[in-house]
Design a binder for this molecule. Structure first.
Ligand code: XIL
Length: 392
C-alpha cells in the first residue's frame, strides 16, 4: 500500500484566543511570554476590541457575511507524504494558526479518504481526522467530510481484494456507517460521492463500487450516510462541472431521479480546480442556480487557479491580476445563488499546494505565497466578501 504510514501523533495547540489573534503573527511567539507585562493604553484598547468581537480583525472569516462559510482544505496525507516536510497540519504551527484565523470551514484534504482512514480491512486510522474535527471545534469552524465513494485513493486491500458482491456491499455499508457515525453532528457537509461521471456523463469504469455493484450503489451510499448522521448535508462533488455540459447534465438528471425516489441528496458541488489556460466558466452561477432550483444546496469545494509559470517561477503582475479575477468571479457566482453558503479553496498557501505535484510547470494556484504573503487573489476574496457583508 502506498501511503499506509504509521500515523504521527498530532500535538495539540492551546485554543487560539481572540486576544492572541490581534497580535501580528510574526510576533506571536515573542509576545506570548511578554503578555503578562502591562500593555500601553492604546495597545490595551486594541486588544479589548479584538476580544469583544470581530472588529479589528482582518481575515477572510471576519469578512464573510453571517451564515456564509469560507473554507480551506487541511494539508496532510496524499502528496504531502512524499514531500520533504513533516505533516503540515500536525507540525506547522504558523500554518495552523493562520488556518484558525482565516477560515470558518475546513475540509480534510486526504485524511478522511479510504486509503488514509481505512488502511487495512480491520483497522480504521482515525487519528488525523479526529485531530481536524477537534481543532475545528476549538476554533469554531465547521467541517466538510471528503469522501465516501470514489474511484481514487482507495487502499490496495480493497482494490485488489477478491470480494463477492455481497461482501463489497457490506464493506461500503460498514465503512460509511463507521466513519459518518463517528463524526455525527460534527460534519456540516459530506461529499458522499466523488467524481462518479466522466466527461461524457457516463459512469466511470474505474469506480470499483459502480463497476462491481451497479449505479444503484450510489443511492445506497446516500441512504447509509443519512442514517449514520441525519443532520449532515449530503453532496455530489466533481471537477469539470462548473459549466452546463454533458457531465453536469448527468448529475442534473441523476439527482432528479434520486430525489423522485426519496433518496437523501442535499447538495451539488463543482470542485472548481481552474486554470488560466482556459477561460473562466462564465455560466458557473447559472449552473449552480439550476441545481439550487431542484431544492439543493450548492457549494464550491476545491477552488484553486493554477497558471503556467514563467522562467524563474514568479507569476507576473498580469497573471496575478487574472488569477484574482478568477477567484473573485467564482466567489461572486456562489454569493449570487441563495443556497450557496459554503466556499472552499483547496489550500491557502503555495507552500502546500497539490498543483505543482500534479500539474508540472503550473503553480502559484492559491491565494498566499509560500511565505504566507497575501496575493491579489486573497484581496479579491476579502473585498468580495466585505462587499456583501450585511447584504446577504
Ligand atoms: C488531491 C490532494 O490535494 C492531494 O494531496 C492528493 O495527493 C490527491 O488528491 N479532486 C478531489 C481531491 O476530490 O480529493 C483531490 O485532492 C484533488 C482533485
Amino acid at each position: 500500500m502506498r501511503r499506509a504510514r504509521t500515523p504521527r501523533t498530532p500535538f495539540r495547540l492551546p485554543r487560539i484566543t481572540t486576544a492572541l489573534a490581534a497580535v501580528p503573527l510574526a510576533l506571536t511567539a515573542a509576545v506570548v511570554p511578554a503578555a503578562a507585562a502591562p500593555a500601553p493604553a492604546a495597545e490595551r484598547a486594541t486588544t479589548e476590541r479584538a476580544e469583544r468581537g470581530h472588529h479589528g480583525r482582518d481575515t477572510l472569516r471576519d469578512a464573510a457575511p453571517k451564515g456564509f462559510f469560507i473554507g480551506t482544505a487541511v494539508a496532510g496525507g496524499g502528496h504531502h507524504a512524499e514531500q520533504p516536510y513533516a505533516d503540515p497540519f500536525a507540525y506547522d504551527v504558523e500554518y495552523r494558526d493562520r488556518m484558525a484565523r482565516e477560515f470558518n470551514s475546513l475540509s480534510a484534504e486526504n485524511q478522511m479518504k479510504w486509503e488514509y482512514i481505512h488502511p487495512t480491512r480491520d483497522y480504521y486510522n482515525f487519528y488525523p481526522a479526529d485531530a481536524i474535527v477537534r481543532y475545528a471545534q476549538e476554533n469554531r469552524q465547521v467541517v466538510r467530510g471528503h469522501t465516501l465513494l470514489w474511484h481514487s485513493q482507495n487502499p490496495a486491500w480493497l482494490e485488489e481484494g477478491d470480494f463477492s458482491d455481497e461482501e463489497l456491499r457490506e464493506i461500503l455499508h460498514e465503512h460509511i456507517t463507521t466513519v459518518v457515525g463517528r463524526y455525527a453532528g460534527r460534519i456540516q457537509q459530506w461529499d458522499v460521492a466523488n467524481e462518479i461521471f466522466d466527461e461524457d456523463g457516463e459512469y466511470r469504469e474505474e469506480n470499483i463500487w459502480i463497476r462491481e455493484l451497479g449505479p444503484g450503489i450510489v443511492a445506497d451510499a446516500f441512504r447509509w450516510a443519512h442514517e449514520a448522521d441525519p443532520r449532515a448535508k449530503l453532496f455530489f462533488n466533481d471537477y469539470g462541472v462548473e459549466s452546463v455540459n454533458a457531465k453536469s447534465d448527468a448529475y442534473y438528471a441523476l439527482i432528479q431521479e434520486l430525489k423522485a425516489d426519496g433518496v437523501p441528496v442535499h447538495g451539488f458541488a463543482p470542485q472548481s480546480h481552474l486554470s488560466t489556460r482556459y477561460g473562466f466558466p462564465g455560466d458557473l452561477q447559472a449552473n449552480l442556480q439550476r441545481f439550487a432550483d431542484l431544492g439543493l444546496e450548492t457549494a464550491i469545494t476545491e477552488l484553486d487557479v493554477r497558471m503556467d509559470l514563467p522562467e524563474g517561477g514568479e507569476p507576473t503582475a498580469a497573471q496575478q491580476a487574472q488569477q484574482a479575477d478568477y477567484y473573485r468571479r467564482a466567489l461572486q457566482a456562489c454569493l449570487g445563488v441563495e443556497t450557496c453558503n459554503s466556499f472552499t479553496i483547496w489550500g491557502f498557501t503555495d507552500k502546500y499546494s497539490w498543483v505543482p505535484v500534479f500539474f508540472p510547470s503550473e503553480g502559484s494556484a492559491t491565494v498566499m505565497t509560500e511565505d504566507y504573503e497575501r496575493k491579489p487573489a486573497y484581496h479579491a476574496l476579502q473585498d468580495t466578501l466585505r462587499s456583501v457583508r450585511g447584504k446577504r
